[in-house]
Design a protein around this ligand. Structure first.
Ligand code: TIU
Length: 224
């Protein structure tokens, strides 16, 4: 432990947060997943389960920015010509409305469309990288590894949606690449509360299988 390390209360044991080497990675807080009238709600999901994460994320972002610590955002989506959309992903779900079709907020999960963008409450500031990803994980087919490497990042606080899909995939990818991941439970959310609960338990099981789980207040307590 040095001056630039703070200890965050977490499970299964405290997370030693290195202020010089820890990024906040906000996963897919996009209008189509979170806003009433968006693609997520159109599929029959209750977006309130995701919207409860907005305020805790806002508070964490505010504190992170105030300390001038690195923030990175991701968005799930595809090129307008869908050339980076795998046939397997396109047909998955057998939904009438597919990725690339016109939805309530423009073409679904297509870059540049209103629904693909990040919600205004958590909008990236200039200088905060936005990583566009075609998959669930933030490491697959993106330049995130280069961004982390160039900034000397070794630890990632992962927030966003959804807990068991893009957040979990990213935490697993990061863990295998040697990054320590801390997930504040109130800053991640799922359309399915039971999946959310189990996904968090999986992360911290067996002595911290994929990382650590805490609460935004436990992080704010040591960085503000
Ligand atoms: N960002 C993310 O998690 N994308 C998803 O498709 N999530 C679902 O829960 N479907």
């Amino acid at each position: 432990m040095n001056d630039r390390t703070v200890s965050v209360e977490a499970e299964p044991y405290p997370f030693e947060l290195a202020l010089d080497a820890c990024a906040l990675l906000v996963i897919d807080m996009q209008r189509d997943f979170l806003e009433p009238g968006g693609f997520g709600e159109m599929l029959g999901n209750d977006v309130s389960h995701l919207r409860r994460t907005i305020e805790p994320n806002r508070a964490l972002l505010r504190a992170w920015r105030a300390r001038a610590l690195p923030v990175i955002h991701t968005r799930e989506g595809h090129r307008p010509d869908l050339s980076d959309l795998s046939p397997a992903k396109k047909i998955r779900g057998r939904s009438k409305t597919q990725i690339g079709d016109v939805g309530p907020m423009g073409r679904i999960l297509v870059r540049g469309e209103p629904g693909h963008d990040i919600i205004p409450e958590l909008y990236p500031l200039p200088g905060e990288p936005v990583v566009d990803k075609p998959g669930k994980g933030a490491f697959f087919a993106t330049d995130l590894p280069a961004i982390l490497q160039h900034r000397g990042i070794r630890q990632i606080v992962v927030t966003g949606v959804t807990t068991e899909v893009c957040v979990h995939t990213t935490v697993r990818e990061a863990n295998d690449r040697g990054y320590d991941c801390l997930v504040p439970a109130d800053c991640v959310g799922s359309y399915f509360p039971e999946f959310h609960e189990m996904a968090l338990r999986m992360i911290k099981a067996q002595g911290g299988l994929f990382g650590w789980v805490s609460h935004s207040e436990q992080i704010l307590a040591v960085i503000t």
